[in-house]
Design a protein around this ligand. Structure first.
Ligand code: UD1
Length: 429
């Protein structure tokens, strides 16, 4: 298994290109199941999670071409997906267990084919993460659903019918699944307390370009008027705000000066506010977003994760790595996932002073972290250890790099281009 070796203590200085958002790309890829025409996604990131979903879509009969034709002069890699005919409506355990977002094929398959059988994603490193909201929502659209042998077995032989659905709490995935399904349902669906994450808005805009009728995009109430069919389109994926926020925090933690190409402050507004409160400077440039922390030390800041537009849970671990060496205390509270502090024991091994009290972590800043061998069991926790390693004295070895490869494209290359001493250590399996 590959490792990442970091020799810390160097300020990041330079520029980093921001890729297309993984969490937008995954639902957009699933949306290709809604039409027999080609959906071309520009700016597709090169990540393990994208390959995992492409493999699943392949088994469902989707024809996939990388660098396929994209009209309109779009930039970046283009993934062309054509679901001319659905070959199978079953998403098997072996593929779904690798990535929870595979459940996003449930709504589109059911809406198009009247049936879908999708393995339950199962346990996940950052909490129980059930899919009950997805299931209840599809039932409200008229599907008959049974849980059998580890699978969600859904039937709607006469198609889905629009309904009013009020989510008891905000779920990104359930909003996306239901929005996709409702596009091919008969009549009107209203989704209340819908997620407003920019990736949900990106999906809505793509669906509209495919011929869907969706009102209330970027608000918490989505009204979808079902259509008989959708068509293909070409869509450029939004920039990855989590990648952007991660590198912004790495720049601030190392006392660096980095321009995030293709970034914008507005895309990470809540995280930008926290970074500014901690002492970093953020400003838009003609090419992106510049993050600096050149002289004064960082100061502690309290952060609480919330659904968008609040501080994202996917940046909580990275913020904690930064807080670890800030002056004073930071209270970091996680409200979205119940078990998202796996980075805490690892950060402690690097010298961080962190105490957990239920869903909150009290971080008392120390002057320096020291390098250590560390590992983490999820994507964002792993990258927080990279940030800590960049800011630490001495050598850090991050194990289980495959987590990073799920969500960060060319991480070590991008950081090395800004002066970081970082390399991938290949190991025989
Ligand atoms: C998405 C993101 C993930 C991010 C999360 C929250 C993708 C591919 N992943 O995950 O990176 O951390 O949003 O911003 O976009 N829940 C239920 N029942 C359900 C669905 C969710 O109880 O049916 C709970 C979850 O356990 C969690 C909370 O709701 O506690 C929010 O989860 P949700 O927004 O659905 O996250 P994902 O869509 O899985």
């Amino acid at each position: 298994m590959d490792k990442i070796r970091i020799r810390g203590g160097k300020a990041l200085i330079g520029s980093i290109p921001v890729g297309g958002a993984k969490n937008a790309a995954l639902p957009l890829m699933a949306a290709s199941l809604l039409t027999e025409e080609t959906l071309a996604l520009a700016n597709i990131p090169h990540l393990a999670d994208i390959t995992t979903l492409a493999n699943l879509l392949g088994t469902l009969g989707v024809d996939i071409a990388l660098d396929g034709h994209a009209a309109g002069g779009h930039q970046g890699r283009v993934l062309a997906l054509t679901a001319r005919k659905i070959a199978s409506t079953t998403a098997p355990y072996d593929l779904v267990r690798k990535m929870r977002a595979s459940v996003l094929v449930l709504g589109p398959l059911l809406a198009r084919e009247g049936q879908a059988k999708v393995s339950l994603p199962g346990g996940c490193a950052i909490g129980a993460r059930p899919v009950d909201l997805h299931i209840k929502g599809l039932e409200a659209l008229g599907a008959k659903i049974e849980l059998r042998e580890g699978y969600v077995d859904a039937m709607a032989p006469h198609g889905l019918t629009g309904a009013k659905i009020v989510f008891p709490f905000v779920s990104v995935g359930a909003t996306e699944n239901l929005m996709m399904a409702a596009c091919l349902a008969k009549g009107t669906t209203v989704l209340s307390n819908a997620a407003r994450e920019p990736e949900v808005g990106d999906l809505a805009r793509c669906l509209i370009a495919m011929g869907a009728s969706i009102e209330g995009v970027d608000t918490d109430t989505l009204t979808i008027h079902g259509r008989d069919r959708l068509s293909g389109t070409t869509h450029a994926i939004v920039p990855d705000r989590i990648e952007m926020g991660t590198y912004a925090m790495a720049a601030a933690a190392t006392g660096g000066d980095v321009e995030l190409l293709g970034g914008r402050v507005e895309l990470i507004a809540a995280a930008a506010e926290a970074l500014r409160a901690a002492g970093a400077t953020l400003e838009d440039t003609p090419r992106g977003l510049r993050v600096r922390r050149t002289n004064a030390p960082l100061v502690g800041v309290d952060v609480m994760t919330e659904p968008f537009p609040g501080f994202p849970t996917d940046l909580q671990a990275q913020m904690m790595a930064l807080a670890a060496t800030a002056e004073g205390a930071s209270m970091i509270t996680e409200t979205i996932f119940e078990n998202r502090f796996m980075h805490v024991p690892e950060l402690r091994r690097m010298g961080a002073n962190i105490n957990l009290h239920g869903g909150s972590a009290m971080v008392r800043g120390v002057r320096k972290l020291t390098g250590a061998q560390v590992m983490a069991t999820d994507l964002r926790a792993s990258v927080s250890l990279v940030i800590a390693g960049l800011a630490a004295e001495g050598e850090t070895l991050v194990n289980r790099v495959y987590h990073l490869d799920r969500g960060y494209e060319r991480l070590e290359e991008k950081l090395a281009a800004c002066g970081a001493e970082i390399e991938r250590v290949k190991e025989a399996a």
